[in-house]
Structures are given as C-alpha cells and as structure tokens.
Write a protein that binds this ligand. Structure first.
Ligand code: NAD
Length: 271
C-alpha cells in the first residue's frame, strides 16, 4: 500500500486554508499532518475538522510552525508574502517542499523564492485552478494564431477583500500572451485608463480590475479584431478548485528534485 503524503497547511483558518483542510481530508492519498494559523488566531487549539464543520480529525490548529513542518513532507502556504517567505526559510532549513499559493510578491521577493528553489522543490502558481491553467495555455495558443492584429484586453473580478491588483492570474495571463507574441509585458501593459488618454496604442495589453462582493475569481482574455472578438474566460464557483489543484501540486512536488515549478509543470502543459 502506498503511504499517504503528510501535508501541513499554513494559513489554515483563512478562506483558502479551510478549503485546503476540506480537500485534504477528502483525499485518501493525503494525510493532514498540521494546520497552522497565526499566533493570535481564535482558531488555535480547535480541531481542523471541527473548524470546517466536519468530524473531528485529531489535528488541532497550531501556531508552532517548526513543529508542524517537522511532521509534514510538504507545506502548502496560502497566507501573505511576508509570512510565505518566513515559511520558505523554514522549508529551506529543513529541506521540505513548499507549494506557494500566496500572491502579491514583489520582484525582490520573487528572486528570494527563485534562490530557495536551488535548495528545495517549490511550486508557485498565481492560480492553482486546473481550468485556469488550461486557459493560460489556450490564451497562449490564441495569441500565437491571431497575432498582433488583435487588441488584447484582460479583465478580472474578485471579492472585496482582495488586496492586490491586477490579480496574479491576470498578470500570468498577460505574461502568457506577451510571451506568445514575443513582447515584454512590463513595457506594453496598460494598467489603468482615465481622462483624455488618446487612441489605443497598438501592441499594448490592457488590464481592467473589478472588486466587490464575494466573487471568488473571474478572468477573461479578449482578443479584439476587426469584426470579431475571441474571449477565453474562466469563472471559479468555489475555492475548492484552487485547493484541489494545490494539493495535486503537492503530490507531484513531493517526488521532484529542487527547482521552481509552476502548475504548468504539474499538469504537463509546457511545450
Ligand atoms: P485569508 O485572509 O482568508 O487567509 C489568510 C490566512 O493567513 C488568514 O487566516 C491569516 O490569519 C493567516 N495568517 C496570517 N499570518 C499568518 C502566520 N504568521 N501564520 C499562519 N497563518 C497566518 O486569505 P485567502 O483568501 O485565503 O488568500 C490567501 C492568499 O492566497 C492570498 O495571497 C490570495 O491572493 C492567495 N490565493 C491564491 C490562489 C491561487 O490559486 N494561487 C487562490 C486563492 C487565493
């Protein structure tokens, strides 16, 4: 019988943390080894199963990250950049693999993650949804086939609590289409428009952000041509899809050598 993979969840009492507890407890190939919350969390000491309205599972929410990490093979992090980087340092020190779900890292923080990937296996994805990753591939193919005669706009919507914009997924979609067109996203992206902005500059990639309510995550890539428009859209209807994807990444990552991997690697969508 194959042994189940011991998973620790960082940010366990958060929106994604709860979805991850649920998905881990439902997956017989996984074992919830630890569920970690911040040291002032009201959830400390509460059974992780009970926290999400399931039967008691015997794992109490803890703030003791080193002990939690010692009990797991892979850490799954959905918190915030500073917390993720502190956990990353722990993973490097102990040789544990980490699935990073947190978004909103700056360039220096991304370099830190890339450096850590020389020592441990890391999977980092702006979006762990399997459907979104298929959309990334489809957007790349559409950009290649439609070429630069089509104007590209990326629209995303998220709940009112999201703190970064555009979403990491919108940026990843932008990188995918820019890469396919052989252009640099940073010098061609237009993140906001207001006032007398003039006609659209050819070759730019526009972004629009919607924030409000409880929208889990919606992304559309629009290819706007003369007399037609192609839209590639994804709408998440629950956080379960991110959790299932992140856990699939954890299972895949557990047998990989050190390196920085994406969901495309996990799903075999490269190439
Ligand atoms: P959230 O605010 O509901 O959850 C974050 C949790 O982290 C909170 O419970 C918070 O208390 C906890 N936390 C903060 N400091 C901590 C610490 N030191 N130790 C342990 N826990 C700590 O947010 P969320 O909606 O669950 O999203 C979390 C992150 O995941 C965000 O960056 C979000 O953008 C990202 N996200 C990524 C994906 C993806 O597929 N990559 C999907 C959804 C959300």
């Amino acid at each position: 019988m194959t042994q189940s993979l011991a998973v620790a969840i960082l940010g366990a009492s958060g929106r994604m943390g709860r979805a991850l507890i649920e998905a881990t407890l439902r997956n017989s190939a996984l074992r919830l080894a630890a569920a970690i919350a911040r040291d002032d969390s009201a959830a400390l000491g509460v059974d992780a199963g009970a926290l999400i309205g399931r039967p008691v599972c015997g794992i109490a929410i803890t703030a003791d990250r080193p002990a939690a990490l010692a009990s797991a093979a892979v850490l799954v992090d959905f918190t915030q950049p500073a917390v993720a980087l502190a956990a990353l340092a722990d993973c490097v020190a102990t040789g544990k693999a980490i699935v990073i779900g947190t978004t909103g890292f700056n360039a220096a923080q991304k370099e830190e993650i890339a450096a850590a990937a020389r020592v441990i296996p890391i999977c980092m994805a702006a979006n762990y949804s399997i459907g979104v990753n298929v959309c990334l591939k489809l957007s790349e193919i559409a950009a290649q086939l439609l070429g630069s005669n089509y104007d590209i706009e990326i629209i995303e919507a998220h709940h009112r609590h999201k703190v970064d914009a555009p979403s990491g997924t919108a940026l990843a979609l932008g990188e995918a289409v820019a890469g396919a067109l052989g252009i640099d996203l940073r010098s061609n992206a237009v993140y906001s428009r207001e006032g007398q902005i003039g006609a659209r500059v050819a070759g730019t990639i526009g972004f629009a952000t919607v924030r409000g309510g409880d929208v889990i995550g919606e992304h559309s890539v629009l290819f706007l041509g003369d007399g037609e428009r192609v839209e590639i859209s994804h709408k998440a209807s629950s956080r379960g899809n991110f959790a299932v994807g992140a856990l699939r990444a954890a299972q895949w990552l557990a047998s990989q050598p050190p390196g920085l991997y994406s969901m495309r690697d996990v799903l075999g969508l490269n190439g």
